[in-house]
Design a protein around this ligand. Structure first.
Ligand SMILES: [Zn+2]
Length: 278
């Protein structure tokens, strides 16, 4: 069930969108990052941890999208964190039960909605912006915050284990999905975030994306280059050649082409609205 990817770092990959929940062993229990999506999967992770005698002592959500904000009662009542901006975005977007019902109706695929427990959705505490690490009793987990995929999105670097958790970036199956909501320059934000990750990831041996396959050291640079090429193609309206879009997409990921088309369309609308050349 849980699979070790580095010393003291384990993952559980969901059937839904290859979502990776990450467990980090600490001194008195584990840190659980992006806990999972399907209720029975999260309950199984909780069972595994109970068998190992490892309570969850802290949680973390990499960003304010529903599939990264879930929790299951059997995981216990540890504090769950996100960046300050992530938590503020959750408060804005999920002010009440009606908003939660809208998430269920409009964002969660109908075929799994019954299996996604929403009671504990988004109950996270924002960490002060100057806090550079997750506060917990275990290996240092550095927070690398950037604006690219979502407000307050955080990648996490566990330096002493050589692990980078990339959130919804650096995936082998998902293209860069830009935050086109309230951002002035989504393309430059994304490129800046890739530079930030490039600067931080020099000694990384294991790359864990929020969705997709685990990568080795060579994959860090390769996926940064691939994401950068995608964003450049969007910016410069180049013909796209990206293995994640089109017939080369992995099985079950053909919908990514639709995401790409949607991004092209929204960027074109923005440049029309702003009067800037496409
Ligand atoms: Zn996301």
């Amino acid at each position: 069930m849980l699979k070790q990817v580095a010393e003291g770092v384990l993952i559980h990959q969901s059937e839904f969108c290859q979502s990776n929940a990450v467990v980090v062993h600490g001194r008195a229990g584990v840190l659980l990052i992006d806990a999972g999506v399907l209720g029975d999967e999260m309950a199984a992770v909780a069972d595994d941890l109970r068998e190992l005698g490892q309570p969850v002592v802290a949680g973390f959500s990499t960003h304010p999208h529903w599939d990264h904000l879930l929790w299951h009662p059997s995981l216990g009542a540890a504090p769950r964190y996100g960046t300050a901006r992530c938590a503020a975005t959750v408060r804005d977007r999920l002010p009440d039960a009606r908003a939660k019902a809208r998430v269920a109706e409009m964002m969660i695929p109908p075929d799994i909605v019954e299996q996604v427990p929403l009671d504990l959705l988004g109950l996270i505490t924002g960490l002060p912006a100057e806090m550079a690490q997750i506060p917990w009793d275990g290996p240092q987990v550095r927070i690398i915050e950037h604006q690219a995929h979502a407000p307050g999105h955080a990648a996490l670097l566990i330096e002493e284990r050589g692990v980078l958790l990339a959130g919804d970036m650096l995936s082998d199956v998902l293209i860069p999905m830009l935050d086109l909501n309230d951002t002035a320059d989504p393309i430059e934000d994304y490129l800046a975030a890739l530079r930030l990750l490039e600067g931080a990831a020099g000694d990384v041996d294991v790359l864990v994306p929020g969705h997709g396959s685990i990568g080795g050291a060579d994959q860090v640079r390769a996926r940064i280059a691939q994401d950068r090429a995608y964003v450049h193609a969007l910016r410069d309206a180049h013909v796209l050649s990206d293995p994640r879009v089109g017939p080369s997409a992995k099985d079950g990921w053909d919908w990514v082409a639709g995401v790409h088309a949607g991004q092209l369309q929204r960027l074109a609308q923005r440049s029309e609205r702003d009067g800037t050349p496409g």
